[in-house]
Design a protein. Structure first.
Length: 344
């Protein structure tokens, strides 16, 4: 079977990702490369948009060369170029979009604008142990917490979403309260592993709301109140606070996810996005799966954060389905782009 090669480019925030995916047959990832800007932004305590954009300019061509070399393929063999159109930082998106559209035009190939969250949503399909449609997806990242029913490519129905802070955002903000280094989420999760269960118990926002929406802003405030009560928490107290905070978020995510599965009458749960790498969340979901007739799927750890492979995959699936292809040329980026606009 002849190859059907889709190049994917991701540049929505602080990671530059490039990947090459062969959409022929069952599909397979041929090569991918990623550069993270964590070290560059650490001194500022967060992402600096202008620095992020400039770094994407520096990194995209070398990453493309590496991917093509690792795959053993030539640029002329590419059948389409997929890229992140949004949401994300406007300047960062422009770098990836302009590069992708220019390359597609030079090759005389179509361009495929991809929604960043759709990439995350479909990323577990990159794993050898992949789900089949339909499934419920828990999408948890720095800016998003959503539960979706996924019936196929482009066929999504929102079941619930965050009303304020997303889970990843709450992790990052709480980490900052505890004086942890950037990026805060992984640092807080590591600290929580040393905390004692039950010592610090925080509220479980909307745990019994009867719907599938989330709210984590109040939980962050509860942590702030506890820190102020203690004054200057020592290392052990910080670990206990981190454990209590993480347990609260995990309790909510697990209960809402299982409830969504029951409501939809489905037995497959996909967990995607940066928070999907959280080990406690995975442990708790796997434990529940062992008690019920459900199966939980996760992307590989390397595909939990932003990456080019998920964009190449989403582009490949859209290319095969004949969805959202365009002739390379004029383009726009969409820093704010509700995933609901893709629902069908």
């Amino acid at each position: 079977m002849p190859a059907m090669l889709i190049l994917g480019i991701e540049s929505s925030c602080d990671e530059t990702g490039v990947a090459l995916y062969d959409a022929a047959g069952e599909g397979r990832l041929l090569a991918h490369a990623l550069h993270s800007q964590i070290v560059m932004h650490r001194d500022y305590g967060g992402v600096v948009p202008e620095l992020a954009s400039r770094d994407h300019i520096r990194r995209t061509v070398p990453l493309l060369r590496k991917v093509m070399s690792d795959s053993g393929r030539a640029l002329g063999e590419i059948d389409a170029v997929a890229y992140t159109q949004g949401p994300g930082l406007a300047g960062a998106l422009l770098v990836g979009a302009a590069f992708a559209e220019g390359l597609a035009a030079a090759l005389g190939r179509p361009a495929i604008p991809v929604h960043h969250l759709e990439g995350h949503l479909l990323s577990p399909l990159l794993s050898r142990r992949a789900p089949a449609f339909p499934f419920v997806a828990l999408l948890v990242s720095g800016g998003h917490s959503q539960l979706m029913r996924v019936d196929g490519v482009g066929r999504y129905r929102r079941l619930g979403e965050t009303l304020d802070d997303a889970a990843g955002e709450a992790f990052d903000k709480t980490a900052k309260l505890l004086g942890l280094p950037y990026p805060g989420g992984p640092a807080l999760s590591a600290l929580a592993e040393r905390g004692r269960p039950g010592v610090c118990r925080f509220p479980r926002p909307m745990l019994d709301s009867g719907d599938f929406d989330f709210s984590f802003s109040g939980l962050k405030t509860a942590v702030l109140t506890r820190v102020r009560e203690i004054g200057q928490p020592d290392e052990r107290q910080c670990a206990d606070i981190a454990r209590g905070f993480q347990d609260a978020i995990v309790d909510v995510l697990v209960k809402k996810s299982l409830g969504a599965l029951r409501r939809c009458g489905l037995g497959q749960l996909v967990v995607a996005g940066g928070v999907g790498a959280n080990r406690e969340l995975r442990r708790r979901l796997d434990a529940q799966a062992g008690k019920a007739d459900i199966t939980v799927f996760y992307p590989e750890f390397e595909f939990c954060t932003d990456n080019g492979a998920m964009i190449a995959l989403a582009g490949a699936l859209r290319f095969k389905a004949g969805i959202a292809q365009k002739t390379a040329g004029a383009f726009v980026v969409r820093p704010r782009w509700p995933l609901g606009e893709l629902m069908g």
